[in-house]
Design a protein around this ligand. Sequence first.
Ligand code: IMP
Length: 418
Amino acid sequence: MMAADLIVGIQWGDEGKGKIVDLLAQEYNIVCRYQGGHNAGHTIVVGGKKIALHLIPSGILNPKAVNIIGNGVVVSPEALIEEMKQFDDLDGRLLISDKAHLIFSYHAQIDQAKERMRGKKAIGTTGRGIGPAYADKVSRQGHRVGELKDTKKLQAKIEEYFAINEPYFKALGVEKPDSEQLRKELEFYRDALMPYVIDATNYLWDILELGEHKILLEGAQGTMLDIDHGTYPYVTSSNTIAAGACTGLGLSPKDIGKVIGIAKAYCTRVGNGPFPTEEFGLEGDKLRQQGHEFGTTTGRPRRCGWFDAVAAKYASRINGCDEMAIMKLDVLDGFEKIKVASAYEYEGDRIDYVPSDLENVTPIYIEFDGWESVKGVRKWDDLPVEAKQYIEALEELTQTKIAIISTSPDREDTIVKN
Ligand code: IMP
């Protein structure tokens, strides 16, 4: 039987997975999202046209690929319908699991109200309702995409949900949707989405059994934002790691083939929470400017710092990475010295693992000589010796083979290393 290959972010998201998925999606004819929602996002330029993807898998840019939104994804029908407008040929190319949970506007209202109440301790969420939608799912009061089939029944369920939770919603200042408006909204969602809704798990099992198509699983966010294994509570609300693809699509661990971890040559994080290698001074600013590190979904400036090899080694192990892709190596162009965290100081000891209270570590750095420019380099042999040394050191520190190196946003500016 065939196996499905997987792409996963091994930092705090925004590793540049979009470019790799876009590159690989040409070879795969089934591309699946398994977790997260429209908190994720990347913009791809195709033939001069900007396309923003939040929920639809990147395989949509390959006219031959079928794209699946798995049950582990939380789907905002409003956001998805808006995103679908960018394409006029989605028939048979987009499929949505009937078991995926729905995000409604009240989820976003809850998300934002709670963030305001947390004040200084805010998580820095994208405010899209991701956490509240997953919370409803886990507390067994969520609503699933398949329920759009019978909007009357779904509306009654949503109204019952509001009745049960009334005191809570009142305290948060979240308004109950108007009945007539809700009816219209649900009918609109039903008409726009139901033609794409299927039992995605059975579909994938059939594809795997048939063995004729290559499947790519596209992770969103990154390992350090995983609800169980990330920097809790400063995380997103899903299992972003490779294992999330099993629960988020209905695959068994044996269905997973090659796992490719994606990391930037340095590190960024949006939102709050521990980030040991963060640079607050000029070097952080330089990374932000050179790397254009501003959020695609919210426009927020990203926090920037050095590559954290301790966290990357942890992420590689937890995902079972067969190899890694190092993105945006050109952003380090012109730095005299480049630092990498090779260990942490923690409670007076030197450690090389990620403790559950990452806020209490101090990174121990190794320093590398910088280089002038790697921008647009397409062959390993054409890299400056300092860049080669840097990549080889990352391989050794993370105990993971680096197979792909990206040297510009351009699809062609990619080194595939043997
Ligand atoms: P949420 O996913 O909106 O609940 O946000 C929780 C945390 O995950 C916040 O720190 C967000 O900034 C972060 N986050 C969510 N999605 C992304 C992403 O696609 N890239 C980077 N960070 C993200």
